[in-house]
Design a protein around this ligand. Sequence first.
Ligand SMILES: [Ca+2]
Length: 529
Amino acid sequence: MRQNLFQLTLGCCLASGAWNPHAYATDQPQWGEAWSRNMISNERSLPESFDPKTGRNIKWTAKLGTQTHSTPIVARGRVYIGTNNGEPRDPKHQGDRGVFMCLDEKTGRLLWQFVVPKRDEDAYMDWPQMGMSSTATVENERVYLVDNRGAVVCLDAKGMVNGNDGPFRDEAAYLTPPATAGSPPRQVIGAETRPEPLRPPADGKLLAPGPLDADILWKFDLVANAGIWPHDAAHSSILIHGNYLYLNTANGVDNTHKRIRAPDAPSLIVLDKRTGRLVARDDEHIGPNVFHNTWASPSLAKVKGRSLIFFGGGNGVVYAFKPVRANPRPEEVLRLEKVFQFDFDPTAPKTAVHKYKSNRRESPSNIYGMPVFQRNRLYVAGGGDIWWGKNEAWLKCIDATKIGEITTNGLVWLYPLEKHVMSTPAVKDDLAFIADCGRAFHCVNANTGQPLWKHEIKGEAWASPYVADGKVYLGTRSGSFYVFVASREKKVLAELELGNPISATATAANGVLYIATMSDLFAIQKRAE
Ligand SMILES: [Ca+2]
């Protein structure tokens, strides 16, 4: 099939007389492959190495804030990335903010930015300087994103410069913080704070949106409209299926890390992409067993002719759901119909889970990365919790064709990792790649789970490995960036020191590789010799 497709593509190129080495060059409008979430790309002619100091293979560099935990997305001539306001680009936005930048793909110039005041009722609801850590999803001229306050927004890709498109027109109020300098957030553990709506400033004066500001088309507040409890940072990567958006809610513990304050809130919701209306939610009662937060985003694939939504809950259970039916009645909130559930860590504690907080040997398991689908199998990394749980973590391969309770009969293989894992796997044919927080990068036989090779990396991996052009790209929290050959044998092509931690996964689009450190976004392109 792959060969046929290649021959067909080659045939078309030859027929049109325009053979182009970048024939596979396309946008990357969502995180990972649509919608398997596999961290792979068909881009070609990507560089093996680069050097920001000498400019070798650097197309452009864009200044970000001081913390960047979001992965760059490329669509229709624009590059999108979340960061903080550590380096204010617009003098009217001063102080700590969530920032989401839209840059020109050709030059890296800032086209517009979405700047959102921090939650200041409790530092644990929107951690200081974290910025906007969600990764955007773009379809046509609409940009779907979860902001730092836990609002799902649909933004106009053209921004405010072509006017304030609606129905949402209250941008002035949403970009104005309660106090001009920003209030220092409170951090009183156990205090009876609650998430609150953004307060207007005491003097009533709102900032005026300008041509550098974002244009919100609609907004859905996960706190006010879905009842979730925000914790640390909102982190979602929205999945689009037909007219619907599927996303994890980032419902989490409160600042004691021992209480779930919104036990009935959904973990996975579905919104109508045209209006932002809540269409469906899960009915799995995951809330009480969320050990830390709900930070893993869903994936989708066709299994035996039917589409399934895959989701890793904050309770360490992997679910498959049927997508919502085509036309729910207005005002109806459907319950997602479950097809299977797989307990990722069946022997872990299942009751009073928060008493295992800070226990590095025994605790429930959390899932941070997305479930990756390839050839009827689901590859999921998870285990423990990097901040509050046990060290133990695994890469597990699940048979996605099973139905019902599949914890025992759905496991194909498991591969133990070094210590904690934040990454989503990259599965390329028979090879599965995963990086962990125990400073190990692994290549595993995707069919059997047998280890093939391992490489000791500097720093924890918060990013995911990314396979493109026969190479694996991976950045780490020590600021090291690795390029490996994507093969059964270990071969390190490059080990670079970028001097600043990396949380973002690399992204390839239109023949260019994008790598974000905490403070800079590099567009990297092979120069003609
Ligand atoms: Ca507009």
